[in-house]
Design a protein around this ligand. Structure first.
Ligand code: XMP
Ligand code: MG
Length: 179
């Protein structure tokens, strides 16, 4: 996939180290509690698969699929639910697992939505963080690796639906999305 990759930004080894650390923190923090982990599809699926296996306490797992309304290049923050969670989260701790936090608009909206369902708490875990693009205040309790303002693919992240299966986080060649 050298034709689309500018360079590797985060290696698999760095990702593994980060996931291991987040997994131990989550296991410690929620010990003895009822935790529902909600993976955000599609981007969050690889990170969640890795993270879940580094969590040593029993958890419920579910998925939600959301899409932004309107122009996909400008996140409006208003999200439409494509697939909702099946689990009743009332009276439980919820941890949302996302691939990346960019403007923060999507997660902001998702947190507010889930909070209306009576959970004990709602926290966020994101594999990557692009703080330079933030538009909404979001508390990300479990933050992964900070990245510069580059369009990245791999480790669950796509460009036009493809390249989610690249094991590392890579910078997409500008000529691919600027043509
Ligand atoms: P917010 O609302 O935080 O949305 O802007 C985050 C979502 O935007 C997508 N996103 C990316 N996807 N490479 C991608 O493949 C990127 O560099 C990138 N930055 C943001 C992603 O779907 C994320 O869930
Ligand atoms: Mg996403």
């Amino acid at each position: 996939m050298d034709d689309v990759v500018e360079r590797v930004l985060i290696t698999k080894a760095e990702l593994d180290r980060q996931v291991e650390e987040l997994g131990s923190r989550i296991s410690r923090d929620y010990e003895g509690e009822e935790l529902v982990i909600i993976g955000v599809l599609k981007g969050g699926f690889i990170f969640l698969a890795d993270l879940a296996r580094k969590i040593s306490i029993p958890v419920d797992l579910d998925f939600i699929s959301v899409s932004s309304y309107g122009d996909s290049s400008k996140s409006s923050g208003v999200v439409k639910i494509i697939k909702d969670v099946d689990i009743n989260i009332s009276g439980k701790h919820v941890l949302i697992v996302e691939d990346i936090i960019d403007t923060g608009l999507t997660l902001n909206h998702l947190v507010e939505l889930l909070k209306t369902r009576g959970p004990l708490s709602v926290e966020i875990c994101a594999a990557l963080d692009k703080p330079s693009r933030r538009k909404a205040e979001v508390q990300v309790k479990y933050k992964g690796i900070e990245i510069p303002d580059e369009f990245v693919i791999g480790y669950g992240l796509d460009y036009a639906g493809k390249y989610r299966n690249i094991p590392e986080v890579c910078i997409l060649k500008k000529e691919i999305y600027q043509k």
